[in-house]
Write a protein that binds this ligand. Structure first.
Ligand code: T4K
Length: 369
């Protein structure tokens, strides 16, 4: 008989009574979506929390990616990473652009700046990196390449809520960054997401684009889409923002416990904190070297499952291995040796604010055995 199941994550839920009180305000106002007061309040509160000047809320983390490419009128080829959730590449595809996969850097699982230039062609217009697991990409080098070739940079920062380098948000970098507020994320609005931009003009344009392109009652300025966050989720988001720091600190404590116990286990590698970075501990990936560990990643993964520990193989298979993308020349495994190896080694251990010390010890015991 397996003990209670431990899932890879668990949603941060606001206090229900407080939620109901604010819901009453929404009900009373009868204004339930389309840039309502709570939508505006959440945008303001997030700007302050994230230390960014402008943000636009969305219904999920996929639509801001699609919209960013639209807003910047990206065409042709977009350089990206195969080591992410499929939404990153899907957004490029939905914009009629060709994704070009570049291998990753094993030190942060982000796109490898050393390999970007070789993938640039006359058709390249943008780079879409991912701060994978919330670990910041090498943003300075990526920007230097973008500047040299006149490319746009759109960061998929779905995992990077609250991540800072030397006191500055990672969301400051690139032309735009996008966030996911899905239930499985450090900060969630059930479903939700956002785009961060650097000037008022762009914020206005994005607000039009997420509202069908409307720039007034009778004027449509672009073929926009509908991806506005509603008032119920905005209320939920305002309440969750009050407790997200505490949740991140609990995750931090889990990371400390994992690291102390797993350091020195042959064949198990994991990330340490980076100097000067405020991490959000959104995921705790371990990488299994089968030869040294004496067991393959999948053997460990299924052994964990059998014992009620539901880690996840984020991100396996690589996006480039899915049937839609497999035929692209850049998807060849020979082009992506590091990503291919890491996708075969990774297990994200359970990581969330509700894990008890006993839960963590149960997981550690299984991995150490
Ligand atoms: N870019 C990147 C880099 C991303 O990682 C993502 C999403 C996006 C873009 C797109 O953002 P969104 O459009 O999704 O906002 C999950 C999420 O659905 C997805 O948001 C996330 N990345 C991806 C990495 O993971 P699944 O299929 O693994 O989720 P699921 O349903 O298997 O849930 C995992 C575990 O979480 C469950 O075993 C238990 C727990 N859970 C989940 C839900 C939904 C709960 O306890 N309660 C819940 O309500 O995709």
């Amino acid at each position: 008989m397996v003990d209670k199941q431990i899932t890879v994550t668990s949603p941060l839920l606001p206090d229900r009574e407080e939620f109901e009180l604010l819901l009453k305000e929404v009900w009373d106002s009868k204004w339930i979506t389309n840039n309502g007061q709570f939508h505006r309040r959440l945008e303001q509160a997030l700007c302050e929390y994230l230390k960014v000047p402008y943000i636009s809320l969305f219904t999920n983390g996929t639509l801001p990616l699609l919209t960013a490419l639209q807003a910047l009128r990206i065409t042709g080829e977009v350089i990206t990473t195969p080591y992410s959730f499929v939404a990153t590449t899907h957004a490029i595809w939905w914009n009629g652009c060709k994704p070009v996969f570049v291998d990753i850097d094993p030190s942060n699982c982000g796109i490898d700046p050393d390999k970007i230039e070789a993938a640039i062609t006359p058709k390249t217009t943008a780079i879409m990196p991912v701060h994978c697991y919330g670990k910041p990409c090498d943003m300075e080098r990526i920007q230097a390449i973008a500047d040299k070739y006149g490319l746009r940079v759109i960061y998929d920062a779905a995992h990077a809520f609250g991540v800072e380098v030397n006191g500055r948000s990672v969301l400051e970098m690139g032309d735009m960054s996008t966030l996911s507020f899905h239930a499985t994320k450090v900060y969630n609005t059930i479903e939700g997401g956002a785009m961060v931009m650097h000037d008022e003009q762009t914020k206005k344009r994005i607000d039009y684009l997420k509202n069908f392109g409307f720039a007034g009652e009778t004027e449509v300025v672009a073929p926009g889409i509908n991806s506005k966050m509603d008032e119920v989720r905005a209320v939920y988001g305002l309440l969750n923002l009050k407790q997200v720091d505490e949740a991140i600190e609990k995750r931090h404590q889990v990371a400390i416990r994992y690291r102390e116990a797993l350091r020195g286990v042959d064949g198990i590698r994991f990330f340490d904190d980076m100097v000067g970075v405020r991490h959000n501990y959104s995921y705790f990936p371990i990488f299994v070297n089968a030869e040294e560990y004496g067991m393959t990643r999948d053997e460990l993964y299924f052994k964990m499952r059998d014992n009620g520990i539901l880690g996840r193989r984020y991100f396996y298979p690589l996006i480039s291995n899915f049937s839609t993308y497999r035929g692209l020349p850049s998807a060849a495994p020979e082009n992506l040796p590091v990503a291919t190896r890491i996708a075969n080694e990774v297990i994200c251990l359970p990581m969330h604010h509700e894990l008890s010390e006993e839960d963590v010890d149960r997981i550690i015991e299984l991995v150490r055995r």
